[in-house]
Design a binder for this molecule. Structure first.
Ligand SMILES: [Zn+2]
Length: 289
């Protein structure tokens, strides 16, 4: 196995291919690999530009982001404590967060991969600087705060991405990173494992993931280990919980199965609030050393 196939978090070469059904996408087969050193589950091979273009066309954001309205008061509360003004959202999606921050007097910039999405965002939001990712790396602007919300799990080179972004952060700047912990203990995780086991017996094919959207599936331990290698000064690493992949809003209950999901996600969040490091999401805050 070549160096490029080492663990995406700890670079160990002790990698085993798991029995999870591979993903067939864009005439390729993506396998599920587990690092025996840090426990990270990740997909191989790395995504090509063609894979990314197909997956992250404008429809992706239409399906997953534009149709949903999120509440960003929690993020505002976190960044207010930094007393900074310029904010980069790398992977800004529907620009929900930065348009909210703009209304709260932040100078905001959004970066996205897809050219069409960037054009749409530019026409939709006035006064926000949107840049396509390929152009962004040629700019010299640096920022007070760099935010990545649910981005790292989509990239095949998370360490390289963070090292590049460090060059875009002011010397007294702050990284604010949020994302899922899809393999971290919590009731919801164990419930999913149980349903996975049953589906594996009844209809194994139903378990096959269709698109390689998420490349890394982390837990609190290896996610922290990943951040510890970046030569940043940690301010906070916090584990929290949200409903996803299950529903967590009453309005979404439309069947007995969704009712069960709702109950599991609510109970899971309640239990996790008492157990340190249980949960399905993290927030990481750090500054330059
Ligand atoms: Zn590893």
């Amino acid at each position: 196995m070549s160096v490029v196939d080492n663990c995406l978090f700890c670079e160990s070469n002790k990698i085993v291919v798991t029995r999870q059904l591979p993903i067939h996408f864009n005439t390729k087969i993506f396998t599920w690999n587990k690092c025996e050193n840090c426990g990270l589950l990740f997909l191989l091979p790395h995504l090509s530009n063609s894979d990314k273009e197909i997956m992250y066309r404008y429809n992706y954001h239409e399906t997953y982001y534009f149709k949903y309205t999120e509440d960003y008061r929690k993020q505002l509360q976190i960044i207010e404590s930094f007393k900074k003004r310029t904010f980069l959202d790398f992977g800004c999606g529907d620009a929900g967060l930065i348009s909210f921050l703009q209304k709260n007097n932040y100078t905001v910039t959004g970066v996205e991969y897809d050219e069409k999405l960037v054009e749409i965002l530019k026409s939709k939001f006035e006064g926000i600087n949107f840049i396509q990712e390929s152009d962004f790396w040629n700019t010299t602007t640096t920022f007070d705060i760099i935010h990545l919300g649910d981005v790292l799990e989509h990239v095949g080179n998370p360490k390289e991405l963070m090292n590049q972004l460090k060059k875009k952060l002011n010397t007294d700047g702050v990284f604010f990173i949020e994302g899922p912990l899809e393999c971290n203990p919590c009731l919801g995780y164990y419930f999913r494992k149980g349903t996975y086991f049953i589906r594996n017996i009844l209809n194994r094919e139903s378990l096959r993931v269709k698109y390689p959207y998420h490349i890394t599936y982390s837990n609190a331990r290896n996610q922290q280990l990943f951040f510890n290698q970046l030569q940043l000064e940690k301010i906070n690493f916090k584990v929290g919980e949200e409903g996803w992949p299950y529903i967590d809003r009453l309005a979404e209950i439309k069947s007995p199965w969704l009712l069960l999901q709702y109950l599991v996600s609510r109970c899971s969040a309640f239990i996790s609030s008492f157990i340190p490091r249980w949960g399905n999401r993290f927030i990481y805050i750090a500054k330059q050393k």
